[in-house]
Design a protein around this ligand. Structure first.
Ligand SMILES: C[S@@+](CC[C@H](N)C(=O)[O-])C[C@H]1O[C@@H](n2cnc3c(N)ncnc32)[C@H](O)[C@@H]1O
Length: 481
């Protein structure tokens, strides 16, 4: 593709919207002939993903005719609604100005400016795909500046390809990949250092998921939305190894692409946990209680996967909010060892579960201290936060769960790991060949680590039945954290 100047690109985007803003209708907003039905379903879905807007100042970018503005006005202290098409702004003002404290601005967002810390929430529904890469980066930096610390950015975009069926003679829209937005948004920084204190801010992901309305109505998985939060990104917040976010630490240490491939080679395709399918699909008559529950979970999960009723989302479990009593089951496999504030997380689990709902966790625990220096080093390097099974169980009881069963499965996992160790030895050559980018020494290094784990880590314990009081039937609704 030839060189296109920033100005030409801007003119093309403006021309595109001039062509699609003649009638100021919902169909023009959504560029879809089925807009009436889509808007009815997607409005509540999108609004449910927003943080509380009570007493907040909201900036809405690319507000159009105000499909969302009217709902934001109802909830926020003040809304600033911006769009660059005159007809859209006029319609928005006419329909919604009487509803509350709102300012309607006709402006191109690339030319917009506000004082630092003006807003608590920035909302945009289909805007960023109408900005060039350079404009997007510059806007992301400004958004960080306009938001107050702890404030939220919500945006929703069409990814990969066009979603609406409206005819377009020319279409300069940029259908990016979700990974592009993830990378760009989490890498912008805003320096707000003061004389006495160095302060830097960035965006942390709260949630990134597909818009279910488009999955259900149009079988379209490419409508994605994001909720991000403005957080500190400086020495105060630094994670081990100098990484500025915990996600970066995990992505670059334990869960590199290479690391995941290594796990899969050991545990089976799709598994990053010891034992792979054998410790996931439990067939253990001895643990009849947990057997029934886990088998029920497994079968429902398989069934849900086949009928495509599973929703996948990238989210930070420590920040994600769900309404109270949303789920029948919360399940987590070998994950919570990464999370510092377990009590806070368990409180969330408790509130998300319906009365009688169940929690099933398997996780790595530890023995009583003192630990050997080698084990202490290993835990430090991984950044794990480990507790004994007893303490873990107490946390769960403290937040309100009843019938807490904390089972120490070390013996079972020692057997599993011994078998894996043997397999690792047998497939050493294949392992090296298949993962040509993995050097031989990394395979050999597996062994001492595993031996060390055998020595001191208490293996996944399964507090199998953790009830919220009051029994209720189990349905197939799972969340993955
Ligand atoms: C697909 S519509 C969505 C409108 C509204 N958010 C909704 O969901 O109903 C995209 C909107 O972004 C506006 N827009 C696109 N580029 C813009 C820019 N650079 N500055 C301001 N508004 C822009 C368009 O005029 C249009 O109203």
């Amino acid at each position: 593709m030839g060189f296109v100047s920033i100005e030409t690109e801007r003119n093309m985007m403006t021309k595109f919207w001039k062509e699609h803003s003649k009638f100021a209708t919902v169909e023009e907003m959504m560029l879809d002939s089925n807009a009436q039905e889509l808007t009815q379903h997607e409005l509540p879905e999108i609004l449910s993903l927003l943080p509380s807007l009570a007493a907040s100042d909201v900036l809405e970018l690319g507000a159009g005719i105000g499909r969302y503005t009217r709902h934001l006005i109802g909830k926020a202290r003040h809304v600033t609604a911006v769009d660059f098409m005159e007809k859209f702004v006029e319609k928005n003002r006419k329909d919604n100005s009487h509803l509350g404290n709102t300012e309607f601005i006709q402006a191109d967002v690339t030319k917009l400016d506000f004082p630092k810390h003006s807003f608590d929430v920035v909302f945009s529904n289909w805007l960023l795909m109408y900005l060039s890469d350079q404009e997007l980066k510059s806007l992301a930096e400004k958004l960080l500046m306009w938001l107050r610390p702890g404030g939220y950015l919500f945006f929703r975009e069409s990814c990969f390809h066009q979603s609406g069926d409206c005819k377009r003679d020319f279409n300069p829209t940029l259908y990016r990949s979700p990974a592009y937005y993830n990378h760009l948004m989490t890498s912008v920084l805003q320096d707000e250092s003061e004389k006495t204190e160095k302060k830097c801010y960035g965006f942390d992901m709260v949630v990134n998921k597909t818009v279910q309305t488009y999955v259900k109505v149009k079988n379209n998985q490419n409508q994605l939305c994001w909720l991000m939060q403005k957080v500190r990104r400086d020495v105060v917040q630094q994670h081990q190894g100098g990484f500025s976010t915990f996600q970066e630490f995990l992505d670059n240490q334990q869960y590199t692409r290479r690391g995941i491939l290594r796990y899969e080679k050991m545990f089976g395709s799709g598994y990053v946990s010891t034992g792979g399918i054998s410790t996931t699909k439990v067939r253990d008559a001895e643990y009849i209680g947990s057997y029934i529950f886990r088998a029920a979970f497994w079968e429902s999960f398989e069934c849900a996967l086949h009928s495509l009723i599973v929703q996948f989302e990238v989210s930070d479990a420590t920040k994600r909010k769900f309404p109270d009593s949303t789920f029948d089951v919360v399940y987590s496999r070998d994950t919570i060892l990464h999370i510092r504030d377990k009590l806070d997380l368990f409180r969330k689990f408790y509130s998300w579960l319906k009365p009688g709902g169940k929690l099933l966790i398997s996780d790595y625990c530890c023995g009583e201290k003192p630990w050997s220096p080698a084990f202490q080093d290993y835990v430090n390097q991984r950044g794990y936060i480990l507790y004994t099974p007893q303490r873990y169980g107490q946390f769960l009881s403290e937040v309100g769960f009843s019938n807490v069963r904390a089972e120490d499965r070390t013996e079972q996992f020692i057997q599993v790991i011994k078998a894996e160790l043997q397999r690792a030895g047998e497939m050493k050559e294949e392992f090296i060949q298949v993962n040509t980018h993995l050097c031989a020494t990394s395979t050999l290094h597996l062994q001492p680590h595993i031996c060390m784990l055998l020595e001191e880590i208490i293996f996944p314990f399964f507090p199998s039945f953790l009830f919220k009081p009051h029994l209720q039937t189990l349905k197939t609704c799972f969340t993955f954290i």
